[in-house]
Write a protein that binds this ligand. Structure first.
Ligand code: K1U
Ligand code: ZN
Length: 170
């Protein structure tokens, strides 16, 4: 396993549309191991492969609370196949936009189809934090960040702040 660097806004690679996984081989399994190590260390509740610079449609997640046992979940080639009309607002954060939070309105329930680690096709119906996190991570696979769901004023302020910081860091 290896701890990988998390890309930070305004890194252009975060805007790439990720490629579907064709075969779940040793390379993909190693990528998933690295993603879990990186996500747990951050710490985060989700991670898209593109956030560590690999633009493959792979998402890791663990929504277990601190006092609960780990509950790792992997979604390969996840696809939203249904969204509810009802919406929910959740204050989101992002490991690629540290210490920045914003209220995002999204469908409250979603159905997602995906492949598991064995390559079996699965479906999941999600609500609450799972629905929010799945939509946030699938957005990453499409080059979309949670700040794209905020007002242009808020988004531009955040991008300006991170662009300045990146320039200062050289
Ligand atoms: O994709 C990411 O950048 C990870 C992100 C996932 C996410 C958070 C909130 C709403 C939607 C999606 C994070 O994990 S940010 C960190 C975070 O939320 C958290 C970290 C430790 C404990 C509890 C939450
Ligand atoms: Zn994120």
């Amino acid at each position: 396993m290896a701890l990988r660097e998390i890309l930070i806004l305004p890194d252009k690679r975060l805007r790439k549309v990720s490629e579907p996984v064709k075969k779940i081989d040793a390379g993909v399994r190693k990528l998933i191991e690295d993603m879990f190590e990186t996500m747990y260390e951050a710490p985060g509740i989700g991670l898209a492969a593109v956030q560590i610079g690999t633009s493959k449609r792979v998402v890791t997640m663990d929504l277990a609370k601190k006092e609960e046992p780990k509950s790792p979940q992997v979604f390969i080639n996840p696809e939203i196949v249904w969204t509810s009309d009802e919406t929910a607002i959740y204050e989101e954060g992002c490991l690629s936009i540290p210490e920045t939070y914003g209220d995002v309105e999204r469908p409250a329930q979603v159905k997602v189809k995906y492949l598991d680690l064995e390559g079996a096709q699965r479906d999941i119906e999600a609500n609450g934090l799972l629905a929010t996190c799945l939509q946030h991570e699938i957005d990453h696979l499409n080059g979309i960040l949670f700040i794209d769901h905020l007002s242009k004023l808020k988004r531009d302020r955040i991008i300006k702040k991170f662009t300045k910081a990146a320039k200062r860091a050289g």
